[in-house]
Design a protein around this ligand. Structure first.
Ligand SMILES: Cc1cc2nc3c(=O)[nH]c(=O)nc-3n(C[C@H](O)[C@H](O)[C@H](O)COP(=O)(O)O)c2cc1C
Length: 207
């Protein structure tokens, strides 16, 4: 069976680029930082993921040298705030292209609360937040070796905050937290509709 195939370098030939709809849903790294003067910045990044468990390492990527990149370069710290359905509109507000140094947390009407080990505050209303130390800022390049104006930040989680309302018998209740994800195209998001359980195979004989 033939597929609809294209090489993105030659264009997709469709009404809209499907890439972000295919790599979906993407969790949203809602990233708070401060600049060298301590001014707060908050922005969503759906080029975001968790890359290591022990120690926990997360990362996000910016297309362009945005304020969050400038701040993590200056301070070496950031905080991940879990973006949830009740906070969706506020999260979206924080993607507004404000002047450098203007506080999106304030702009979106969100209350900030101090972090424990890093300078950037966290969003008070989020069910969970991760305080991070920057490990690497990687400037991306393409297949031809051309250096891109895109930056990937990896950070080690050094502090975890969980709202006790979402801890049930010691288990973080993801369903109750209602995390939202980005689905591509303009304005599409998803929330969790189902959680199912599946265990990894326990194969004892090596082939
Ligand atoms: C849900 C969502 C996800 C986004 N993901 C990204 C992303 O992964 N990379 C990026 O460069 N911009 C992304 N943006 C756009 C940035 O949030 C926007 O450019 C913002 O102004 C950057 O803020 P800053 O300059 O304060 O860092 C996203 C916006 C939204 C609403």
């Amino acid at each position: 069976m033939s597929t609809y195939f294209y090489d993105p370098r030659q264009g997709h030939g469709l009404p809209h680029d499907p890439f972000k709809a295919i790599v979906a849903p993407r969790p949203i790294g809602w990233i708070s930082t401060v600049d060298a003067e301590g001014r707060v910045n908050l922005a969503p990044y759906s080029f975001f993921g968790a890359f290591n468990g022990n120690p926990p390492i997360i990362g996000f990527a910016s297309e362009g040298y945005k304020d969050s990149i400038r701040n993590v370069e200056a301070t070496g710290e950031f905080v991940y705030n879990l973006a949830t359905r009740p906070l969706a509109e506020a999260m979206n507000q924080t993607s507004a292209p404000l002047q450098y140094g203007e506080d999106e947390m304030d702009f979106a009407g969100l209350e900030a609360t101090p972090s424990t080990l890093v300078a950037p505050p966290r969003v008070a209303a989020t069910p969970a937040a991760l305080e991070c130390k920057v490990l690497q800022i990687i400037r991306l390049n393409d297949a031809e070796g051309k250096v891109l104006n895109s930056y990937m930040v990896l950070g080690q989680v050094i502090g975890v905050h969980i709202d006790p309302a979402y801890l049930k018998d010691g288990i973080f209740d993801t369903m109750a937290a209602q995390p939202i994800s980005r689905c591509g195209y303009r304005g599409y998001y998803s929330a969790i509709g189902e959680m199912f359980e599946m265990f990894r195979p326990t194969v004892t004989t090596a082939k």
